[in-house]
Design a protein. Sequence first.
Lengths: 181, 526
Amino acid sequence: MFKNEQNLPHFRWNMLGDLRLGRPNLGTTTELAVYRLMQFTLRDVLICHVGVEKTDAIFFEAGMLSGREFHRNLLPKRGEFNEFFDDLQRVLKEMKMGILRVESADFDASRFVIAIAEDLDCSGLPVCDEEVCTYDEGFLTGLFREQTGEDFQVKEVDCWCSGDRVCRFEIKRAQQSGGER
Amino acid sequence: MTSDNREIIGTISGTIAAMLKGEHVVPVKEPAEPDEEVGRMVSLVNELVADVNDCESFVSALARGDLGSPPPRSGMKVIDSFKSLQSNLQHLTWKTKRVAGGDFTQKIDFLGDFADAFNSMTSQLQDSFEKIEAQNIELRDARLEAERRAKEMDTVLDSIDDLIIIYDAAGNLVKTNKAFSRIAGPEEGRTRFMIRHPDGRPFAPEEQPEARALRGETVRDDTCRMTGDGGRELSFAVSSSPIVVEERISGAVVVYHDATERMRMEEALQISEQNLRKRNDVIESDLRVAQLIQHHFIPKRIVPGDHLRIDFRYYPLDAIGGDYFSITPLHEHGTGIFIGDVVGHGISAALFLSLLKSATDRVCRKYGTRPKEYMSALNRELIDYMNFNFITAVYGYFLYDESEGTTFTFANGGHPLPVLHRRAAGTVELINADGSMIGAIPDLEFEERRVSLDRGDRIFLYTDGIPEIRNKNGAMIGFENLPHLIRSVSQPDLGGTIDAIMREVYDFKGPMPIEDDIILIGLEVI
């Protein structure tokens, strides 16, 4: 499954395996530290091999693929943005991935600002100048593309920590930014 | 310490004191040639001043409700809390907009007391909304049901030919049916819808059927007139009733039934009835005259003979009957007797009796001693005039001869059979001679029969009014029972016997009316 050379990603949701069947005793959840241990060590090694910029690109693309499959398999297909946000907020909370809060939504301009607290990737990390939510940016981009069929630009614009860490993302339709990423 | 340094330290102390007092502060001016440490301190103080000022501006904007202000870039920890506050407030604002848009399912997580209050509010809104929705559905269903019933009512009202008007409690017209426009013209033209009494007087306002109904009266079939569409004069039977809702009169319904045609027909019928009554008076007058004439035909008394005693009872109906008899002395020892019954009553029977009398008188003169020829001749005389009438009749001839005694020779044309009562022997029998009704068949021939009579023997002739008389059970005396009845009431006196027979007949019928003329003739050989 993962041993064939390929130029395009082939990941599908069923490649996760049957988690309930496979872990009848330990269950489908694990410690968050284990998740981060895998991601951060992978990122660390990738930087060593391909550099920071390439590593960020890989993480972004992986996040986008993840967002697409996440939407296809866990979110009901509903057309309205309000319903989409309600579903996303519910599922992120149910899967303990983060607390989504929509700060503003301009449906006509397709421009949204959301904040995610207790994020899976970065909560608990000290606030610094480095952007560490590249995977989240890709994840949100994949979600919005799957939701709308259009390209969106997602950018982490702020983060802070007042006990819990909160990341703020600005999401807007890609055409509005003149073809930026 | 140099005086310059002392001065800059004083300025910094003043700036910090102002900050602690909440006063607006400006950056500290750097000395021209500061020491490295002093320059470093001034720089940090000015950075603090800038962060405090930025923080103050940001928080002030938040306090004013300006949630869109960009947060300061400061790394002060307090800024993070304000950022969270700003983010949460923006999120709450967005959620509130969703609620304002009608989505009461919105909930907020992990915002402490505020989340609890918000979620409680949306839950209550959701409950209220669902109740209102349920009420709206009930109201909508009720409205649809009301509309359906209103349409049903309109359909029913429009299918009725009567003019129906519904008024509100103030007497304003609120509803009419199609008959209104058809009869009274367009609704807007109801100024012409003024009803009048049959004598032409307009109804006073308080007499109007709706006004009476609104006072609680129920009006039934009052009559009125009005000028309808196109100037037609119409007559109506008007009824009105109050509409009572929860024991209060909320309106009135008035129904005008177009009685124009009925009244026109009643008037025509009245005229026709008057004409008929006049004609009936004439006919009754004629009938009375005819009755007098008929009675004149019937013998009033009998001339007694030497060998034959005759008595009779005649009970005609009030109207003219069809029964007739005559007794004709033919010579010193011979008497002819005729009894007949014309089928029918009234003028035609009376006129026909006139013809019958003249015919029997004429025939009797020629064939009085020969009953068979008498009956055939009478049939020939009358048949041309009897398209619709028939006669049953018996003609008999009594003859006394010294050598043979008394004989009774007779012919019968379909008439009830004579009864022969031989008193000495105590026998009673019906005596027959074949023959059909007169007037039915041309060239009719009759059987003739002769019976010898002894002194005291009696012959009874009668019309069918006696044997066919009915009692209250519908039973008749019957032809076959008549001989027994006659024998049972026989008395030595012929007149007494006839009266006794009639008493039996009347006792039999009881309270039932006599439906036909009655003639009973008794003849006794003396």
